[in-house]
Design a protein. Structure first.
Length: 712
DNA sequence: GCGATCAGGT
DNA sequence: CACACCTGATCGC
């Protein structure tokens, strides 16, 4: 829950998401989204009075937020004071002090936040620098890189401060399955149940808050079943949502709510009161969306978990995971960061420990230490007394971090100078290669991750070296890019992957699947060519989650629930299982795996806002797939591919060790990653050594490839 | 009587 | 697990 006070240090004349106390004097108000914890004071009499005596004071928000807000009669008095700003459209705003007449101009840009309908981040640009307020956000890895307005040309804007949603900024939430993974799992469960008979009903036990709409829409679109909700007048001007929800209780999917709804449910009664239809009793299961994350190991996790005879939990998160937050922040690389939220059980200090290394203020402070090598060691030793690192070059994980930004900065600068002389036509090309670099960088970072996680175990390190290299090099460049780019950043995909709520509801995986299949990486063959599911039966077949196909999955059919008492905590490998199976027969049947979605990224598609394809978790998903493959003894094929599976497994397992994550990032922002374009090689220690020496001496280093453009 | 705040529940 | 919200009790205006 937000504990942001409402004011930005740089622009105290505006108030965002808080409307009480000192915010009553703001010259302009901003609302990032329509959740109550961001609306404190918004309907208080004090603010109401202020509006009545002011002509100028406005509330700025997205068109969807305006609509949702004004549908609530309690906020009707705002009607003449709300200005809806189009998303991704920079707008100049004059902040006038009505008593003194003092004026300050500021430019604001709304960026999609992927949190709930209408949710946005605010990018402020003015005399005191560029500031990003994220509100609440869920952005997959690499999505910041795809936001054009966070860039100036091909470079990230110089951002002074980020006010960040740190809800899950705790290694505990290292990984949260992507929206697609979660959606897919829920979809399969809902379909498998509702297809048993028309009396088989699913109740989605959702909290009373905006944010589940895209789930309703996708379920309705895929299954042709509208979702029963208490109220839908707020969507009256949003046909994409309106079409998929209903107030007619005679439907198989319900998301209605009443205070006594849990008790209802126990009696096979829906919150709306339905218990039977045409005299036939209903068979109701509940699915409770809740945040689950992948911790140190991935094998225990599934997007669907059965918690009782007819109750399930489904993974669902409105907020970015720890790794997504770090990816976002490290890409933006602001001078300062301020957490908007204190994770439960966490402290500000702890959060800042995670975030600071990704900011320039911290790095800059550290910088002087790295100029003269002699003193560097001493200072370094003193400051990091709790470590045993006393050699700059052996301890690059910790010590290199603060040094890098300067390098990057200088290199970027010189690069960009050269670039500015180029014809305009070259810019795209360069952008392209820059993005490609990023892709590979992040790709590499994921493996580095593993290396780091093993750094107290030499043997594992070596093994990883072996494992990683073939994995990268065996894949043709295109395939490898295809496979993982989605999770990082892909230029072609561009806007198409930025969650845009207007487009959110058109997320269409089926459309893409046919194209995806052929492009699947060779690893897909690893699981053998036979699917345990028959391809030929199409949809109904592919959506059943039946225990006959797997010893691990629990039946969803009614017979299956008999053995539940002994399986209360059974982890359902549903989506993953399906992924595994789809993977194993990818060359034929229709594929709706998450990984397949990412295939799109390899294509030269134009930015297309009509599709929403967050691609953040592709890698992990792939790992799950491999895991399941393995767990089912599916790897009948020997040879490279099989080994590969195990390698991936190892890698991902290790990468989930949260306390090593910090180091991963220090590594991923080190210059090791910068030259990692296709075909590039990891610098040898001796080369690095001399490179560092040059840098420490302030010499220029000429680079062939554009550096990563993280920090301006 | 209204609103703010807290504790508790889901 | 921890999402955002509701309810009820208490207190101050």
């Amino acid at each position: 829950m937000s504990r942001f006070g409402g004011q930005l240090r740089e622009y105290p004349a505006v108030s965002i998401d808080r409307f009480d106390r000192h915010n009553l004097r703001a010259r302009a108000y901003f609302l990032s989204h329509c959740h109550k914890d961001h609306m404190k004071g918004l309907r208080a009499p004090a603010l109401k009075r202020r509006l009545e005596s002011s002509l100028k004071v406005k509330l700025y928000c997205s068109p969807v937020t305006k609509e949702l807000l004004l549908t609530n009669w309690k906020y009707k008095f705002w009607e003449n004071h709300i200005v809806a700003l189009e998303v991704e459209t920079p707008t100049q705003i004059s902040l006038v002090d009505e008593t003194s007449g003092e004026k300050e101009d500021i430019e604001v840009t709304l960026l999609p936040a992927g949190h709930c309908p209408g949710s946005v981040m605010f990018l402020f640009e003015g005399g005191n620098g560029t500031v990003l307020y994220t509100g609440d956000f869920r952005l997959a890895k690499g999505e910041a890189a795809r936001m054009e307005l966070l860039h100036s040309g091909s470079r990230v804007k110089d951002i002074q401060s980020v006010y960040l949603d740190t809800t899950f900024c705790d290694p505990k939430f290292y990984h949260i399955p992507s929206r697609e993974e979660c959606l897919k799992g829920i979809l399969e469960l809902v379909q498998s149940w509702t297809s048993l008979s028309r009396y088989h009903i699913v109740w989605l036990n959702c909290k009373a808050a905006y944010g589940y709409e895209y789930l309703f829409i996708n379920l309705s679109e895929e299954l042709g079943i509208k979702v029963h909700v208490n109220k839908l007048d707020m969507f009256k001007n949003m046909p994409e949502i309106l079409y998929h929800v209903t107030t007619d209780r005679h439907t198989q999917i319900h998301a209605c709510r009443y205070p006594w709804d849990d008790d209802c449910f126990r009696g096979n009664r829906l919150p709306c009161g339905m218990t039977c239809q045409n005299g036939t009793p209903l068979h109701v299961i509940s699915i409770k969306p809740s945040t689950m994350w992948f911790g140190e190991r991935i094998k225990k996790t599934s997007v669907i978990v059965r918690t009782g005879e007819s109750t399930y939990r489904a993974c669902f998160s409105f907020h970015s995971s720890y790794s997504e937050i770090k990816d976002f922040l490290s890409y933006i690389c602001p001078v300062n960061v301020y957490p908007n939220v204190l994770p439960v059980g966490g402290t500000e200090d702890k959060v800042m420990e995670t975030l600071k290394p990704l900011c320039r203020s911290y790095r800059r402070n550290m910088e002087p230490r790295y100029k003269p090598l002699g003193t560097l060691k001493r200072v370094h030793k003193r400051d990091l007394s709790d470590t045993d690192e006393d050699d700059l070059f052996d301890s690059e994980l910790t010590s290199a971090r603060p040094k890098i930004p300067k390098q990057e900065k200088e290199l970027s600068k010189s690069f960009s100078t050269g670039q500015s002389e180029n014809a305009e036509g070259n810019i795209n090309e360069r952008t392209e290669s820059y993005k490609t670099t990023t892709n590979y960088t992040l790709l590499k970072a994921d493996f580095m991750d593993c290396e780091e996680s093993n750094d107290d175990d030499e043997d594992d390190d070596e093994e990883l070296e072996k494992n990683t290299v073939p994995f990268l090099s065996n894949e043709p460049a295109a395939t490898s890019t295809t496979n993982f780019n989605g999770a990082t950043s892909d230029h072609q995909e561009s806007n198409a992957s930025v969650p845009c709520w207007d487009a959110f509801f058109k997320c269409n995986k089926l459309e893409e699947s046919s194209e995806n299949e052929e492009n699947f990486p060779s690893s897909a063959d690893a699981g053998g060519s036979q699917s345990l599911f028959s391809d030929s039966d199409g949809v109904s077949d592919s959506t059943h989650i039946s225990s006959q196909n797997s010893s691990q999955s629990t039946h969803i059919s009614e017979q299956g629930s008999q053995d539940l008492d002994s399986q209360m905590d059974t982890v359902l490998i549903t989506s993953q299982e399906r992924n595994a199976l789809d993977f194993s027969c990818i060359s034929k049947g229709r594929s709706r795996t998450v990984a397949s979605v990412s295939q799109e990224t390899a294509k030269d598609t134009q930015p297309d806002n009509s599709k929403w394809k967050p691609l953040g978790q592709t890698q992990s998903c792939a790992c799950d797939v491999f895991y399941d493959l393995k767990s089912k003894d599916c790897e009948k094929n020997e040879g490279a591919s099989t080994t590969h599976i195990h390698d991936v497994l190892e890698v991902s397992d290790n990468s989930r060790t949260p306390d090593l994550e910090l180091r991963r990032d220090s590594q991923s922002s080190s210059d090791f990653e910068i030259p990692l374009t296709p075909g590039a090689e990891v610098p040898q220690p001796d080369k690095l050594h001399s490179l560092y020496k040059k840098l420490a001496a302030g010499e220029n280093i000429v680079r062939k490839k554009p550096p990563e453009d993280k920090c301006n």
